[in-house]
Write a protein that binds this ligand. Structure first.
Ligand SMILES: [Mg+2]
Ligand SMILES: [Zn+2]
Length: 148
């Protein structure tokens, strides 16, 4: 039995973005609380919560994989305290010029999550703060995409 998912972008959606900079410390994490009620509502309806984030800073050599994981796990912990259970986090480490299949607006992160967590893509939703997020959703076959 497949489950729908709520795919949710990280920077600018779950946490505040810092203009022109990568988030490089857990001290920089500031949650955007106002989307949490909607996330909780979908979670209660049976949607898996999946975070999907482009982090080109990794392959640019600005951020290590380990640091990005640490920041992501800290965010997962903060969300858990608010009742939100993140099933998985998917990260694209690639630079735009690498032309990978996972950097949003490419659908790779969503497709991988769907395979690994038996997700019903057609009935899933993506929420993000840019067209890259909504286009990734459409490219993965989602019918509902939300830009905040
Ligand atoms: Mg964003
Ligand atoms: Zn990628």
């Amino acid at each position: 039995m497949k489950s729908p998912a709520l795919f949710i972008d990280r920077d600018g959606t779950i946490i505040k973005q810092i203009d022109g900079h990568y988030i490089s410390s857990i001290k920089q994490i500031e949650l955007i609380e106002n989307i949490f009620p909607a996330v909780l509502m979908l979670q209660n309806e049976g949607y898996l919560i999946i975070m999907v984030t482009n982090q080109a800073g990794i392959n640019k050599g600005i951020l290590s994989n380990q640091l990005v994981d640490e920041i992501n796990q800290h965010i997962v912990k903060l969300l858990k305290k608010r009742g939100i259970d993140v099933t998985a986090v998917y990260v694209c480490p690639h630079k735009p010029e690498e032309q990978c299949k996972c950097r949003k607006p490419q659908p790779g992160l969503l497709l991988k999550a769907a395979k690994e967590h038996n997700i019903d893509l057609e009935n899933s939703v993506i929420i993000g703060d840019t067209d890259k997020d909504t286009e990734a959703g459409l490219n993965a076959g989602l019918k509902k995409v939300i830009k905040i």
